[in-house]
Design a protein around this ligand. Structure first.
Ligand code: NAP
Ligand code: GCO
Length: 257
């Protein structure tokens, strides 16, 4: 293999990407597969992940499906342990699953706050622990958490999301602090505004998009494929001495006022 292939290859590695039935997770699954990884797709609904599996197959990419609600700690534990026992090691985990809820604070219900926190933060803890314990036993593994520019800053009407993504930043550092000496690399990617189903209401809002062009130095919305290179880097030997870091892929948004 060439130097570049050796440094960035994921050949022979198995990668679980949570929330990969569509959007960023689906793009990361396709990208890691092109770098040589064996892919495990995940979502809450078997039909939607099988639809994603068929879409990858059309592109010549074989993927497995692992249906699991990552906000359910018990389901995560049993699903991951069963996979590791029956199918083999998970070498790369991308904690991507996430949801959004937008409402003014006065209208923000406890239930909505807890629902966002459960998927965006608690699930990262559940899944990192469930997969990480097997990685620790093997002495190696790569965990990539999907944070956000909202890990660093906030905007109105997304209090739960901001809180949840700030927690992802802290948890990334905490996991790295404890598991780096066990041979694991745990980092995060902080995407800017990426055009997906989650941001569609904003993308369709001309006023919001105009604001985004002003606040993003590269003057454009991000696309899901803009994140693939960062994910391959953090999943590959190229990042073997990188731990506890958040790589912002945001067109310069968090670097400027
Ligand atoms: P998306 O298009 O809505 O996709 C979300 C994915 O998460 C879907 O595959 C969904 O699958 C899955 N999911 C949701 N809840 C789940 C659960 N409890 N268990 C398992 N899977 C679950 O959103 P996206 O824009 O791709 O966002 C993906 C991640 O990137 C999220 O963590 C988000 O916070 C983060 N992010 C997005 C942006 C952006 O601008 N788009 C920027 C920064 C960070 P099912 O609904 O089929 O279960
Ligand atoms: C919002 C958006 C953002 C993006 C992303 C930006 O309502 O402001 O949903 O939170 O999803 O997290 O990085």
């Amino acid at each position: 293999m060439s130097f570049i292939e050796e440094t960035f290859s994921l050949r022979g590695k198995t990668a679980l990407i949570t929330g990969s039935s569509r959007g960023i997770g689906f793009a990361l699954a396709a990208g890691l597969a092109k770098a040589g990884a064996n892919i495990i797709l995940n979502g809450r609904n078997q039909t939607t992940i099988e639809r994603a599996q068929a879409k990858l197959a059309e592109a010549g990419i074989e993927a497995q499906c692992l249906c699991c609600d990552v906000a359910n700690a018990e389901e995560v534990d049993t699903t991951i342990d069963a996979y590791e026992a029956d199918k083999g090691a998970i070498d790369i985990l991308i904690n991507n699953a996430g949801i959004q809820h937008r409402a003014e604070l006065a209208e923000f219900t406890d239930e909505d706050f807890n629902r966002v926190m459960a998927t965006n933060s608690h699930a990262v803890f559940y899944t990192a622990k469930a997969v990480g314990k097997h990685m620790v036993a093997r002495g190696h593994g790569k965990i990539i958490n999907i944070a956000s520019v909202m890990t660093l800053v906030a905007r109105q009407n997304v209090a739960a999301y901001v809180t949840s993504k700030a927690a992802v930043g802290g948890l990334t550092r905490a996991l790295a602090t404890e598991w780096a000496e066990q041979g694991l690399n745990i980092n995060a990617i902080g995407p800017g505004y990426i055009s997906t189903e989650l941001t569609k209401p904003l993308f369709d809002d001309a006023e919001f998009s105009a604001w985004l062009m002003q606040t993003t130095p590269q003057r454009r919305w991000g696309q899901v494929d803009d994140l693939v290179g960062a994910a391959i880097f953090l999943a590959s030997p190229a990042s073997d001495f990188v731990n506890g870091q958040i790589l912002y892929v945001d067109g310069g948004m968090t670097a400027s006022v």
